[in-house]
Design a protein around this ligand. Structure first.
Ligand code: GTP
Ligand code: GTP
Ligand code: MG
Ligand code: MG
Ligand code: ZN
Ligand code: ZN
Lengths: 215, 215
């Protein structure tokens, strides 16, 4: 279909922009409420302590609620809403391209794209990113990788968030990891908690490695 | 678009089937892992105690994991997967029509359709149901109605699930209710817990009323 061809062409344009300015780009996806924004808040404040220059494109259907949670961090945040374009359930490469007009890529080391909360469709669209990351929160249960496999197949890392809630849940964290690796044996599995900071060292290390190895 | 016209035509065919056999049909939607299947398990066992005849069409992209959790209840469960048809992120009226071939509607009072876990696209499609119900679990946070408004606008009832976890979360249940009613002032808001059974009386009552008033 022409729409997909057009979308992939823009993704490649985005990708060469990012390559030219040496910006490491991460597309963060999950179900609604898994904790993408909360994770980004703590991630950005940890990275800034290491003088890493960050920005966020905040993808949503509507509202600026998530951007408002990130702007106090003092980094560039561009809100990209799909509602004016029909309410798409995923961020497209053209919306990312539009957002880039408001960013100075030369001043950045890493760009996070927080996608619309949806464990299905966003996995199908290339935005020009270097890596795709899926957040899976423990309250969702351990079977989601088996039931929504495409997302887990497409991603390079899986953050198992809200580990602080584990004592109150019937979910077995080890089983989550097993199910994730059953769908994708190469995915990096990182349990963490955006609330307590538990597990963030491994996640920050993964990002720093991505920044260092960006051509 | 022709696809939508075709889909709505089948939905109307489904609707007249349900009307002819006096079956009350509920389309249950949510994000992945909000607790649709867990809620259906307890709902069906409560209804069977009142000799209500139930069946479930279990919509998923892939796998029979959810049906396997429901079949032990001894009711008809039909698994409808979208993967063979391209992996749609929502159940369509044609899949429901296909599933009806495996059900004896004369032997039923209520039919639940558990949709694919997705807080966006399923809200756009009519299946021929009487009512749409959205499950929102407390761990997802209180802002989801404001960020994913279409689903809450389209639904007749909202089940705020996992209230047993409230003591461990920073989420304010009253705020969830306020946000839900801001988007849809007519929606019935029912806090409950599939784990403990808390709040199920109101939900069962809502279903019985639907069955009684089905023409
Ligand atoms: N206990 C606990 N709660 C968390 C954690 N991370 C996020 N939350 C809570 O989970 C809810 C949703 O978090 P968000 O950051 O809004 O999730 P999101 O994935 O960005 O949601 P959308 O952008 O709407 O899809 C909020 O109530 C957060 O406070 C965590 O590590 N532990
Ligand atoms: N504490 C608690 N956990 C619950 C409750 N309801 C469901 N769960 C848990 O939440 C997780 C997901 O529940 P499911 O019933 O699979 O959710 P679902 O909406 O059917 O998920 P999908 O069909 O995959 O979209 C499981 O680990 C359940 O045990 C509840 O009321 N309280
Ligand atoms: Mg968010
Ligand atoms: Mg389910
Ligand atoms: Zn969609
Ligand atoms: Zn979709």
């Amino acid at each position: 279909r022409d729409v997909l061809k057009e979308s992939n062409a823009r993704a490649e344009e985005n990708r060469s922009e990012f390559k030219e300015h040496r910006v490491f780009v991460v597309n963060v996806m999950s179900s609604p409420g898994s904790g993408k924004t909360e994770i980004l808040k703590r991630t950005i404040s940890d990275l800034r302590k290491q003088n890493i220059r960050c920005a966020v494109i905040e993808g949503d259907i509507t509202s600026t609620l998530d951007s408002e949670r990130l702007t106090p961090l003092g980094i560039p945040v561009v809100q990209a809403n799909t509602e004016p374009f029909g309410g798409d359930c995923h961020i497209g490469s053209h919306l990312v391209q539009g957002a880039l007009k408001h960013l100075d890529l030369d001043s950045l080391d890493v760009l996070f794209i927080e996608n619309v909360g949806n464990l299905v469709c966003p996995a199908e669209f290339d935005l020009g990113e270097d890596k795709k990351v899926v957040v899976l929160s423990l309250p969702e249960g351990s079977d989601k990788p088996l039931k929504y496999p495409l997302m887990f197949r497409e991603c390079h890392a899986c953050l198992a968030n809200k580990t602080d809630l584990a004592p109150y849940l019937d979910v077995n964290l080890a089983e989550v990891g097993v199910n994730v690796n059953r769908i994708n044996e190469n995915i990096v599995f990182i349990p963490l908690s955006a609330k307590t900071g538990d597990g963030f060292d491994a996640w920050i290390e993964w990002i720093l490695y991505g920044i260092r190895t960006k051509e």
